[in-house]
Design a protein around this ligand. Structure first.
Ligand code: PLP
Length: 614
């Protein structure tokens, strides 16, 4: 989001920034030449490499005394500049190289170092958006306009099952803006980042305490990357024991799509395990598959509570079966929001898990990131955690890095750190209990209207539940899409649709929602069920109903010639929707399938770009 706000600069602004960075680099180079350190290359943009001979270390040490890090090679030093580099800092670099030069004097003689044949002549960023927001006020209004179009957590509950959307408290978020965290480079020398390392160490300890594992790696940047790292650890473990042929990975049919994808990426062979009618792993099928692949069994990937939203009562038995055949248990920790403080994967038999800090531990993830997916492991897998040339030296079996930086996206770890710190063990446990309570409340309120698909033997769900509107398609023609889109008219973001069961809705309220908001959501769902009943009763056909035309937009309400079978008020302000705080969807129904298969561009026509470029 921050990067996208560079629209403010437009092509002229970006060019200006690039020019100023390059200019600084040219002046730096001119000064260094004067001091007898010509850059290795005559052509450069913002980075210079300088031959120093045996003096590299000495110069780097003097730079460090000026609070400047240079990249130390064998007999070279690397220097990168950006638009924040000042003339004073350039002078300090010269001092480190042993010269007392004045920036303004050197600048007068500095020449451009971008070869003419590499210079861009064509125009770029011709779209109006790169030209329209050139004052702070305009930019502010642009941001506001975009956020007004969004149905985000600051307006209403986003009950996305499996992808926990809980409160991202302002207090959790603020520290990441502090320069002490925000302005540190991921490869800053360790001794300059002691605060960060203290934070990493504490967070790792807390996550071990929460999960029951012996060690945590903070390197993976997402759940999927954590899965990949965890499976590499399992492969490393088998290989070190002389069993590199163990490559079969059992995955229940209910698994999240990233599970089989990660298994393939880690070079494993996926064997699917069936689920029973209650949605649980079919333990007999598991036994049979584990037996069949006993010699080559690498692992099982299992989610607990399952993606069906139920605490799998056979979890210990499942772990035992897999261990009995020499396999390891990868427990997908995406649903840790139902476990923190109540149960620990390390205690009931799992060997490794990823934790989605952007789900359970409050890092915001609307729009797809950034996230953090650290993995926890039991002691025997510790040697196979991802290493990094920057921090780890060569460990005997250590797998290589899974992400560019040794600690993933460290600045956002501050969010989870503050969250855990403020909640404490007691608060975290209470949050889990409330999350489970909220889900069961929803399951019970909605069940008479939309049956809850899976529950445990006592009729309970975990922290989320799947409701099943599929029979309504037969009785009324209403699809799960119609319900999801109609929820927008009621002011709600739709729950997760058609995952893990096609045609159903997966609802996760989290502990962050008040009873009032949960009731507002349930009321909306029940009102929608009434609308479906009207179709069933023959008031109108599904094609003519407000459900099929949802979501309704300002165009619907304002355009002349309303031709629908229902009134404008029924369409735009269904039961109980506030007229003063109405969320207006910026677009009406789109053809999802068409959009998935065709590139649909809403930009100005390509011809306009061609013209602008000329
Ligand atoms: C979200 C999720 C994942 C993947 O995590 P990302 O951080 O999105 O890569 C894996 N498994 C389950 C069950 C999930 O809900």
């Amino acid at each position: 989001m921050i990067a996208s706000m560079y629209v403010y600069h437009g092509p002229e602004g970006l060019t200006q920034i690039a020019r100023s960075v390059h200019r600084r680099a040219c002046v730096l180079a001119a000064g260094l030449r004067k001091l007898g350190f010509a850059p290795q290359s005559e052509a450069f943009f913002d980075t210079l490499t300088v031959e120093t001979g045996p003096k590299a270390g000495e110069i780097a040490a003097r730079a460090l005394a000026e609070r400047i890090n240079l990249r130390l090679g064998e007999r070279t030093l690397g220097i990168s500049l950006d638009e924040t580099t000042t003339a004073k800092e350039v002078e300090a670099v010269w001092r480190a190289f042993g010269g007392k030069l004045a920036y303004t004097e050197i600048e007068a003689g500095a020449r451009d170092a971008v070869p003419p044949e590499l210079k861009r002549a064509s125009g770029f960023l011709a779209h109006p958006v790169f030209h329209a927001h050139r004052s702070e006020t305009e930019l502010l209004r642009y941001m506001r306009k975009l956020s007004d179009r969004d149905l985000a957590l600051d307006r209403a509950m986003i009950p996305l099952g499996s992808c926990t959307m809980k409160l991202n408290a302002t207090t959790d978020m603020i520290p990441l803006t502090w320069p002490e965290f925000a302005h540190l480079h991921p490869f800053a020398p360790r001794e300059q980042a002691k605060g960060y390392h203290a934070l990493f160490a504490r967070l790792e300890r807390w996550l071990c305490d929460i999960t029951g594992y012996d060690a945590v790696s903070l390197q993976p940047n997402s759940g999927a990357q954590g899965e990949y790292a965890g499976l590499l650890a399992i492969r490393g473990y088998h290989a070190a024991r002389g069993e590199p042929h163990r490559k079969v990975c059992l995955i229940p049919s209910s698994a999240h799509g990233t599970n089989p994808a990660s298994a393939h990426m880690a070079g494993m062979e996926v064997v699917v395990v069936a689920c029973d009618s209650r949605g649980d792993v079919d333990v007999n099928d598991l036994r049979a598959k584990a037996e069949e692949h006993s010699n080559d069994l690498a692992a099982i990937m299992i989610t607990y509570p399952s993606t069906h939203g139920v605490f799998e009562e056979h979890i210990r038995e499942i772990c035992d079966v897999v261990h009995g055949h020499g396999g390891q248990v990868y427990l997908d920790g995406a649903n840790l929001n139902a476990q923190v403080g109540l149960s620990r994967p390390g205690d009931y038999g799992a060997d490794v898990s990823h934790l989605n800090l952007h789900k359970t531990f409050c890092i915001p993830h609307g729009g797809g990131g950034p996230g953090m997916g650290p993995i926890g492991v039991r002691a025997h897998l510790v040697p196979f955690l991802p290493g990094h040339p920057d921090t780890s030296g060569a460990k005997p079996y250590a797998v290589g890095p899974v992400s560019a930086a040794p600690f993933g996206s460290p600045s956002i770890l501050t969010i989870s750190y503050i969250y855990i710190l403020m909640m404490s063990g007691e608060g975290l446990t209470r949050a889990t209990e409330i999350a489970i309570l909220n889900a069961n409340y929803i399951a019970n309120r909605l069940d008479p209207h939309f049956p809850v698909l899976y529950r445990n033997a006592k009729g309970r769900v975990a922290h989320e539940c799947i409701v099943d509107p599929r029979p309504l398609k037969t009785s009324s023609g209403v699809t799960v899409d119609d319900i999801a889109k109609r929820l927008i008219d009621y002011g709600f973001h739709a729950p997760t649709m058609s995952f893990p069961v096609p045609g159903t809705l997966m609802i996760e309220p989290t502990e962050s929602e008040s009873k009032a908001e949960i009731d507002r959501f349930c009321d909306a769902m029940i009102a929608i069920r009434q609308e479906i009943a009207e179709i069933e009763a023959g008031r109108w056909k599904v094609e003519a109903s407000p459900l099929r035309h949802a979501p309704h937009t300002v165009h619907d309400i304002a355009d002349d010639g309303w031709q629908r079978a229902y009134s404008r008020a029924e369409g735009c302000f269904p039961a109980g929707t506030s007229r003063s705080d109405k969320y207006w969807s910026p677009v009406g129904r789109v053809d999802n399938v068409y959009g998935d298969r065709h590139l649909v561009c809403s930009c100005p026509p390509v011809a306009d770009y061609a013209q602008a470029a000329e």
